[in-house]
Design a protein around this ligand. Structure first.
Ligand code: SGN
Ligand code: CA
Length: 557
């Protein structure tokens, strides 16, 4: 065993977090495993990354990266090809998962709206029903988790390098790389803290691959040498779409930041002056904020790679065409984003290995998902928020030995809304009647005839705000997607999912689709009623936004 030093903020003493030295050093020697006691109830290991696009998982047919460890779950479990979120942004997604309710009901409609902590979250129900519970990693919720026996979470978005953490025992800073650390702590809990007489429900939540995509120095070096295929819609001009796509601020060419995102040093940008076009406004401290966390030794390793990127930029940028610049930004983005994912995959592998070695795997449900999908250059974009596929859908893989047929693929429309009822039913715990999701048990057991959902509901609110994606709600069926954008526009969009998979043509006004529009509008109305959403509620949330904005002036979002 090795002791990892954890510096307690503002204090002179050290808190110690015990971790397995062997796992930490990546050695091959097997950790000594405690013998699992047979409990009837299954353990649940919920693994969630932040902003992990399904396009970057090889089990989903990625052309960008191999994720052998996440793929293991798909080989041994069920891969959902039509899993989506109810509101494509971090804290709202987490609130939906924890409460089993849409965000207009749980109130966490955007990242800044406070969460009413008197609401019941599903870990509390597990805890009450005899489960040992824990949460490690990124919660990004504004308050500490309830219903967990142990937790260590990042404050807010958290840092990639030498991150700070909040624990039940106080605030700490741990030297190392965030994805490795969250895994070390998770493994340590499984090995040392687990109560063998109880089943466990563990939430293992990665920060990666969230912006600004800082990989380990080793992966940074490896991935900057790679070149990635471009998506077909990289140069989308947003014609045949509504105002929302045209006014969103998430285009790689126009909005991706040189320094914060592409890792060009601010001094070089200043030196090059007008030679750097297009002009993009940078976040204050966007580069030195994250890079500045590194110690001397770590910086030296990053510098080796940064020097090369910066030298190339200085030499080539002034003579590059706009098209070449877009391509360069895309490659730089993918190099860092995918390098972060590579670390997630390695670390998921470490945890899966431990489950196998310890014998826990047999009675553990393992879930891999993300808090939403993400644009990897599709439509020229990064970020998320839209009801369009890449951000509306999210990866979902579930492994459950002896219940789920290994290697199965499920194309039914499921949502993060369904997670809490599913986990509760799997554990034989009663699902509260006010949860709005459906348990996925029939699908997991291969009893498809017991599943009868034909449409899902979506509602995004965080506007005006970073990336400027307008408020919208909509209905999605396997064939169509109908959305209403509102607040400072009143526009409808309809996409024919089967004939226009890239969602490039809004056919809302096309006479051939008049009947579809009418039918879907009626269905949308019914769904809004079913989930207790309404024009009055839309207005209520607009009023709250305006009030908060007025109180906090310009710095609200
Ligand atoms: C930060 C990001 C944005 C991102 C939001 C929300 N900027 O503001 O690009 O859309 O978070 O993301 S950065 O400072 O991280 O680079 S979320 O996943 O937390 O909802
Ligand atoms: Ca996210």
């Amino acid at each position: 065993m090795k002791i990892l030093e954890v510096k307690t903020k503002g204090a002179r003493f050290f808190v110690v977090a015990i971790i397995s030295a062997l796992a930490f050093l990546g050695c091959n020697e097997k950790p000594e495993a405690k013998k699992p006691k047979k409990t009837q109830k299954p353990n649940i290991l919920f693994i969630m990354s932040d902003d992990h696009a399904y396009q970057a998982i090889s089990a989903y047919g990625s052309k960008l990266i191999k994720t052998p460890n996440i793929d293991r779950l798909a080989k041994e479990g069920m891969l959902f090809t039509n899993a989506s979120v109810t509101n494509s942004i971090c804290a709202p997604s987490r609130a939906t998962i924890l409460t089993g309710k849409h965000t207009h009901i749980n109130g966490k409609i955007d990242n800044l709206m406070p969460f009413d902590t008197t609401q019941v979250t599903f870990p509390q129900i597990f805890q009450k029903n005899g489960y040992q519970t824990a949460m490690f990693g990124k919660l990004h919720f504004g308050n500490n988790p309830k219903g967990v026996d142990d937790f260590m979470i990042l404050p807010g978005q958290g840092f990639y390098i030498n991150p700070d953490f909040i624990t039940s025992k106080g605030d700490t800073t741990i030297t190392g790389y965030v994805t490795d650390i969250i895994t070390d702590v998770t493994l340590n809990w499984l090995k040392e803290e687990r109560d063998e007489d109880k089943p466990f429900m563990m939430m293992y939540l990665h920060k990666a691959p969230h912006r600004p995509w800082w990989p380990t120095p080793e992966k940074f070096k490896e991935f900057t040498k790679k070149e990635f295929p471009e998506p077909e819609t990289l140069f989308d001009d947003y014609s045949n779409r509504g105002t929302a796509a045209k006014t969103a601020e998430m285009n790689l060419f126009t909005h991706m930041m040189y320094s914060h995102d592409s890792k060009i040093r601010p001094e070089l940008l200043e030196k090059m002056g007008d030679k750097v076009t297009p002009k993009v406004e940078e976040f204050k401290n966007g580069f030195y904020g994250p890079y500045g966390r590194a110690n001397r030794e770590q910086k030296a390793k990053y510098d080796e790679v940064l020097d090369e990127i910066n030298a190339e930029f200085e030499k080539n940028w002034p003579t590059m065409t706009d098209e070449e610049k877009m391509r360069w930004k895309y490659q730089r983005y993918m190099q860092d984003y995918l390098a972060c994912i590579s670390s997630v995959d390695d670390n998921v592998g470490r945890v899966l290995d431990y489950l196998e070695e310890s014998g826990l795997a047999e009675n553990t449900i393992v879930v891999y998902t993300s808090d939403q999908g993400f644009y990897l250059g599709e439509h020229g974009w990064f970020d998320k928020r839209f009801i369009y596929d890449q951000s509306f859908k999210t990866p979902l893989i579930i492994k459950w030995p002896n219940t789920i047929e290994p290697g199965s693929v499920e194309n039914e429309m499921v949502q993060n809304l369904d997670f809490a009822p599913t986990f509760l039913e799997a554990a034989g715990i009663e699902v509260p009647s006010d949860m709005q999701g459906e348990s996925l048990m029939p699908l997991l057991k291969g009893e498809k005839e017991k599943w009868n959902r034909d449409a899902v509901y979506y509602h995004y609110y965080e506007y005006p705000s970073v990336h400027m994606v307008k408020r919208h709600y909509g209905i999605v069926t396997k064939e169509y997607k109908l959305a209403h954008f509102y607040f400072d526009v009143d526009e409808w969009e309809l996409y024919d999912r089967l004939n226009d998979p890239h969602e490039l043509n809004n056919v809302y006004d096309h006479p051939d689709y008049a009947e579809v529009v009418e039918e879907l509008k009626q269905k949308l109305k019914e769904l809004r009623k079913k989930y207790k959403d309404s024009p009055e509620l839309d207005q209520k949330y607009i009023d709250i936004y305006k009030k908060m904005k007025a109180e906090k002036e310009n710095d609200f979002w």
